[in-house]
Design a protein around this ligand. Structure first.
Ligand code: E4P
Length: 224
């Protein structure tokens, strides 16, 4: 399973990169706004800064919702760095844009996926990734993981090459459920990845190992 980090915060991206487990980054307009990034040049410079930290696969989302404007914006985003994946919302003009960008060899991430039909449509248009939003489905009393399973069943029946990028992951259980289903990618906040290593028995076990080692060292010194 590939691990993407879901943030536009450079320090968090660097921390995940330093952990050695990072395969990519997803951003969205809300995450960019959270970092106070606005204005065409500042936005481009920020995406470039992200690309300079990671090896590949940086999702940068178009803001326009009209096809002609989306094409201009998407091509400008893709020109920032070869690592850019253009993130496109699941709207009619977005599907058309995915088809166009795919024909140009530009990778896409179709975002705001809340149904299997939307995922199938994006795959048919040639999306590199589809991003089903688990957490937001759970928020409205639906079951996010059920959607991931549905999409996986459909994609396994064909050879679209589109990867399932589980998004809106809020906790470790979400991430592990996606891994059990066999989803290709998870995008999560840094806290979810750092939490994966935690277990109280690991902490107490390590403490005991170190104590025993220290006792043995002391005994050897005393015997000398
Ligand atoms: C990722 O591509 C999405 O933008 C993100 O995961 C949304 O997460 P949220 O529902 O926690 O805002």
């Amino acid at each position: 399973m590939k691990f993407f980090i879901d943030t536009a915060n450079l320090s968090e991206i660097q921390q995940a990169q330093d952990m050695g487990i990072l395969d990519g980054v997803t951003t969205n307009p809300s995450l960019m706004a959270k970092e106070g990034i606005a204005g065409e040049e500042e936005v481009k410079a920020h995406y470039k800064a992200i690309c300079d930290i990671v090896e590949d696969k940086v999702s940068a989302e178009v803001i326009s919702t009209n096809y002609d404007e989306m094409v201009i914006e998407a091509e400008a985003l893709a020109a920032i760095d070869p690592k850019i994946v253009v993130k496109v919302p699941m709207i009619a003009d977005g599907v058309k844009l995915i088809k166009y960008l795919s024909s140009k060899g530009i990778r896409t991430n179709c975002t705001l996926i809340f149904s299997a039909g939307q995922a199938l449509l994006a795959a048919k248009a040639g999306a590199t990734y589809v991003s089903p939003f688990l957490g937001r489905l759970d928020d409205i009393g639906s079951t996010g993981t059920a959607l991931i399973k549905e999409i996986k069943t459909i994609f396994d029946n064909y050879e679209y090459g589109t990867e399932i990028l589980c998004a809106s992951i809020r906790n470790m259980t979400h991430l592990l459920d996606c891994a059990k289903i066999g989803a290709d990618v998870a995008t999560s906040p840094l806290s979810v990845y750092t939490a994966l290593k935690n277990h109280p028995l690991t902490d107490s076990g390590l403490e005991k190992f170190l104590q025993d080692h220290a006792k043995a060292e002391e005994a050897q010194l005393a015997a000398a």
